[in-house]
Design a protein around this ligand. Structure first.
Ligand SMILES: [Zn+2]
Ligand SMILES: [Zn+2]
Length: 248
């Protein structure tokens, strides 16, 4: 009986019955924590975050209880950020960022390009950026030398917005390398680098850095992005679906 009910629910979900007008939160969004608010209407999931990581970081600054000296593997790590020759030593700061994410994402032929700044949100409320640095070039050694032991760093003043461009190591350590890690602004989920025991590379994915099949959270299948160890790490430069909005 339980199986029959499950099958009926799956079929209803497949054909979209009942989902278009529901204000229920999609179940996958239960993964979010450490955010200020999360709500849903019939079309949009709205998430507000202070973007304060729930892990320690050298970028919290020495006066903070959340400060932790760098203890990662990069001998060239530095908290000094060099943006176009302007060198600063930022600490991260609380934000007030609101994401409005399509609740029932669909492919969008326009495939809008990602822009600088937030392109998604991790399940711990931390902002996700794309693979480009502040001057629009692919991240290089300069930026990698700023990524802390959890692969995050803040933007320079005045915004001081902490973000990930690559695998959020705190989350993959805590939840596993195959886990749901967040959502990009177009409403498609982002997963860890490992699938069925194999560590994916960008070559296994399409130009948007994803592919479609069933996942633990979406047993009927969904398009999804993966983090990989190789560039472009999270996103291929444009969205698979139509992006929602982010305001700060
Ligand atoms: Zn950055
Ligand atoms: Zn996959």
């Amino acid at each position: 009986m339980r199986n029959e009910l499950f099958t009926l629910a799956s079929v209803m979900s497949l054909v979209g019955c009942g989902s278009s007008t529901s204000t229920d939160m999609p179940t996958a969004y239960a993964a979010f924590y450490n955010v200020k608010s999360i709500s849903s209407d019939s079309t949009t999931v709205t998430i507000n975050t202070a973007d304060l990581p729930d892990h320690k970081s050298p970028f919290y600054g020495k006066a903070s209880a959340s400060y932790e000296a760098y203890n990662g593997t990069n001998p060239n790590f530095s908290t000094s950020i060099n943006l176009m020759g302007m060198i600063s030593d930022p600490t991260l700061a609380a934000q007030d960022i609101t994401f409005r994410i399509p609740k029932n994402p669909t492919v969008d032929a326009a495939h809008a390009a990602t822009t600088g700044g937030a392109i998604g949100i991790a399940i711990n409320g931390v902002v996700i950026f794309n693979q480009y640095n502040g001057v629009g070039a692919l991240l290089n050694t300069l930026e990698f030398n700023n990524l802390d032991q959890y692969n995050g760093h803040p933007t320079p003043a005045p915004s001081l917005q902490y973000h990930y461009h690559t695998e959020p190591l705190f989350l993959t350590k805590k939840f596993g390398s195959s886990a749901l890690l967040g959502f990009l602004l177009d409403g498609f989920p982002l997963y860890g680098p490992v699938e069925n025991g194999t560590r994916l590379l960008s070559a296994s994915l399409d130009k948007y850095h994803g592919h479609e099949h069933a996942t633990a959270e979406y047993p009927n299948g969904i398009y999804h992005y993966h983090v990989t160890d190789d560039a472009p790490w999270i996103n291929g430069g444009s969205y698979y679906g139509k992006p929602g909005t982010v305001t700060r």
